[in-house]
Structures are given as C-alpha cells and as structure tokens.
Write a protein that binds this ligand. Structure first.
Ligand code: PLP
Length: 471
C-alpha cells in the first residue's frame, strides 16, 4: 500500500490493520526470472500454466491444495511419526482431533480427499441414483458418476452470476431440492452432497440457516446429508461475519454446530488442515462405518493409516487445531480479500463477493474483444506469467472441454482466471505485486490478442493442451 494512501486512511478512519498471527522462521528462496526467460518458458509450455516448471515461477497461485506452510509444531509432529503398520499412535491423535473439532463418531483415514470421495460414493450410491448438491466439484462428481449416480445441481441461481453479491451464494435452493426428491423418489437419493464454501462458485459459503432448513427438509424424507468439509473453516468464518446470531461464537463452535446437522463428511486435508498431503472420511452411522472400514483396506491402506504415513496423520491432527483458530482464519480470508479490494478499487472485474480461498478474474469482461473460442482466460493467465512470473489457472472454455455429442467446445458462462492463495505462504507485499501485475495487464488489454489451440488431449484437456499466439 502506498504511503499516501496509508496516511490518508489513518487520518480519516483511525485505521487499524490486521496482520498474520505468525512470524517466519524458515524461508524457501524463489526464482526471480527475466522477461526474456519467462517468454521462453511460456512458449516451451505452450501457453499453458500447468506445463510450466515450478522453478520458473515467482509467485505460484495455481492452487491452495497441498501448498500450505506447516507450523513449527507440525514439523515437530512429523518427527513423532509412529510408523507401525497397525494401530499407529498418530492415528488416534487424528481420530481425537476430528471428534473434538468436527464431532463425528467414526474416522476412516484416506490418502487425500478423492480417496474418501471414492469410498463414500461406492458405499452409498447404486446405479440410477441421483445426488443433489450445491454445485459440482470435479473429483466429487466424477466419483458419484463412476458409482452409477447422476449429480444434480441444486444451488441457488445467484451462484451462477459473477456480479450478484448475495452473502451466501453457496446455499441450497430448497425448492429445487424438493422438486428433485418428488420427481426422482426419495429411495433414489442416497444423500445430499453439501460443500462448505463452494469452490467452483468462487469459494462462496453456505449459511447455517440454509443448512438447518435443508436438514428439516431432508428429515421429512429420511435423506442423510454428507458434507465436503474441505474448506469448512472458511465457511464458518463467513457465518460468524454474516449471520447475526453467530457473531459472538468462535469458528470452532460454529464448525462443530454446522457438522452436527450433517451425517458425516469427507475431507481434503491438503486445504484447511495446513498439510501437504492427506484426507479422511468421518461418519456417525455404525453400519456404514463398518462397510467403509472394510473398503479402505482394499483401496487406501489399513484402517489406521489409509495411505498416509504416521507422521502425515500427526501433522494433520496438529493442523486441525491450528486451522480452527479465529485469528488464523481471519488473516487467511482477509489476505484473499486484501487482494480483491485492491483489484476492485482499480475497477478490475472479479467475481463478487470475494470468497475464502481465491480471486477469480473475469477474463470475458477484461478481454471483451477476444472471442471465447480464442481462449481469453487462457491468454490472461499467460500474460500474468509473462508480466511477473505469477502462475494462475484458467477456469473457462478450456477447462469446460467439449460436448461429447456434438464435438463442439462447451461455452461456459464464466470465463475466469483463478488466483488461489496458499495458506501462510505469501506476504502482503506479494499480494501487492500480484495486484499491480493484473493492473498492468488490464491497462494493456486492448493490445492483447487471442490464442489458437495446437494440441488437444481427449480428456481433461486443460492440463496438457498447447497453444500459440495469434498474430
Ligand atoms: C481438492 C478438493 C477435493 C479433492 O481432494 P484431493 O485431496 O485433491 O483429492 C474435493 N473437494 C473439494 C471442494 C476440493 O477442493
């Protein structure tokens, strides 16, 4: 923030800043590259940020998954790994932490989130079932489909509008849900798949009121609710901030109450829990637990490690208790918001309101002169890298893929670039650099041309597709 702006705000509003509740003990040097080096790296990568080498990246905002900085306590915990094949001490620590902070009775460890999604989908879904949820997530939906189910989006309409400022854009639309239950029949709906903060909608939260109403509706039909708890502490923060009756409660209290209205949860510990790998599945139903415990030994590992080392489980157990601290969550979300505020102040179009883990640039609006089939978001992510070595991710027409029937591109309404902020990794100065890079690209937008795709994989093309600049 510039000196003059700081002074003005200080004088006018008696400004009080927030700051991170930690200090830096160890650092990882990162590469500063020249524009010429970046130009070469980008062409070598076919204008695809997934194909860049990490060592050529200065500020890496590709994802917040597994990219968190662990605390000194977590690193100390890594040294206390009990690597016994069965009954590792660290498993019991993890089990205790999940019970304490999430409140579920039974725990099944998994190697990461998708391992848990696989187990719960296979255990509960039969062929022809429908699984309603608040917007899809890539791996979640895929596992539901592989198990023979069809995912049905029952999120409120506001979630699909990047400019709508609804405070809880992750909410379930009860009317859509009840219509589906009546049409499909409750016996064909194994559970409601609820995500706490909706990644694909921009990190948008679900309100406690909405969950209570959904619970009531589900109780009438005897349908359980299973929670994707991956970014649930961020969701709890938004409840504390935006639902009056929760303003005096702690994140930990809100998290536990939220989970109490659900029947179980799956977790990618790579997000909220401040570790680089890991996950779990937790349920209250004894019979279901029995089934899951039998399955985990086939697909993940014994039921007391599930694909993780003992030290991984210890780091998660400690990470859980750090993740639910109010000061931690506040600084995490406020860092994302700080970046969003700078961009909004400069009238750069982003998805509103700013969510918990990322800023989504509206590439369609920034490059309104580039047709969607010349990949404006892909171009914007490439320009960011070229300008400052910042790595972001396309979430638009490339990610959407082709329609399997017509073979045409799918043309999604949202053509976005995601700037995802890792937890406890970058400083406010890094955020300033990012904001200023986006501003420079925005100011130069009229000169920017589109891309053409020169290599296209048949599935999940966004990972490996290659592009060239249109001249
Ligand atoms: C990352 C993620 C998953 C999958 O977890 P992995 O640990 O990457 O396998 C599931 N749901 C959401 C919302 C996620 O963000």
């Amino acid at each position: 923030m510039s000196q003059s702006r700081y002074k003005t705000m200080g004088q006018q509003f008696g400004r009080r800043s927030w700051a991170e509740p930690w200090k830096i003990k160890m650092v990882e040097p990162i590469s500063m590259t020249s524009p010429k080096e970046r130009q070469k790296a980008l062409i070598d990568a076919g204008y695809n940020t997934f194909l860049l080498r990490s060592e050529d990246v200065y500020i890496d905002l590709l994802t917040d998954s597994g990219t968190s900085a662990m605390s000194d306590r977590q690193w100390a915990g890594m040294m206390l790994g009990d690597e016994a094949y069965a009954g590792s001490r660290n498993f019991y620590h993890l089990e205790e932490a999940v019970k304490t902070y999430y409140g579920y009775k039974y725990l099944v460890p998994t190697h990461q989130g998708r391992g848990a999604e696989h187990l719960i989908s296979q255990a509960l879904i039969k062929k022809g079932d429908y699984i309603p949820g608040n917007m899809y997530f890539t791996t979640t939906r895929l596992h539901q489909e592989i198990a023979g189910g069809t995912f049905i989006d029952v999120i409120i309409d506001e979630a699909h509008d990047p400019d709508d400022t609804h405070p809880f854009k992750g909410n379930i639309d009860p009317e859509k849900l009840e219509t589906l239950i009546k049409k499909a029949g409750k016996e064909n709906i194994p559970y409601v798949s609820l995500a706490g903060t909706v990644n694909m909608a921009g990190g948008q939260p679900v309100s406690m009121a909405n969950l209570k109403a959904t619970r009531k509706l589900c109780n009438r039909y005897g349908i359980p609710i299973y929670l994707d708890a991956t970014r649930m502490v961020e969701n709890a923060f938004f409840i504390q901030e935006r639902e009056a009756e929760y303003s005096g409660k702690s994140i930990a209290e809100i998290l536990k109450e939220f989970c109490s209205y659900t029947d179980g949860a799956w977790m990618s510990a790579k997000k909220d829990h401040l570790v680089n790998i890991g996950g779990w599945l937790a349920v209250n139903d004894n019979e279901l637990f029995d089934k899951l415990r039998n399955m985990v030994v086939i697909y993940e590992g014994l039921h007391t490690y599930g694909g993780m080392a003992g030290r991984d489980m210890e780091a998660i157990a400690i990470g859980i208790s750090e993740a639910v601290q109010d000061d931690h969550v506040r600084s995490r979300v406020n860092q994302v918001r700080y970046l969003g505020d700078l961009l909004s102040e400069w009238d750069i179009p982003i998805v509103q309101p700013v969510g918990g883990h990322a800023i989504f640039l509206n590439a369609r609006s920034i490059y309104d002169h580039i047709p969607q089939d010349q990949f404006p978001a892909q171009r914007l992510a490439a320009e960011l890298y070229l300008d400052s070595g910042i790595r972001a991710m396309e979430r638009g027409i490339v990610s959407a893929g082709r329609d399997p029937e017509t073979g045409d591109h799918r043309y999604p309404k949202l053509e976005l670039v995601r700037l995802t902020i890792p937890r406890r990794v970058y400083t406010q100065a890094h955020m300033d650099v990012v904001a200023e890079a986006v501003k420079a690209i925005f100011d130069n937008r009229k000169q920017t041309k589109g891309l053409k795709m020169v290599y296209e994989p048949s599935v999940l093309r966004f990972f490996q597709a290659r592009f060239e600049s249109i001249t």
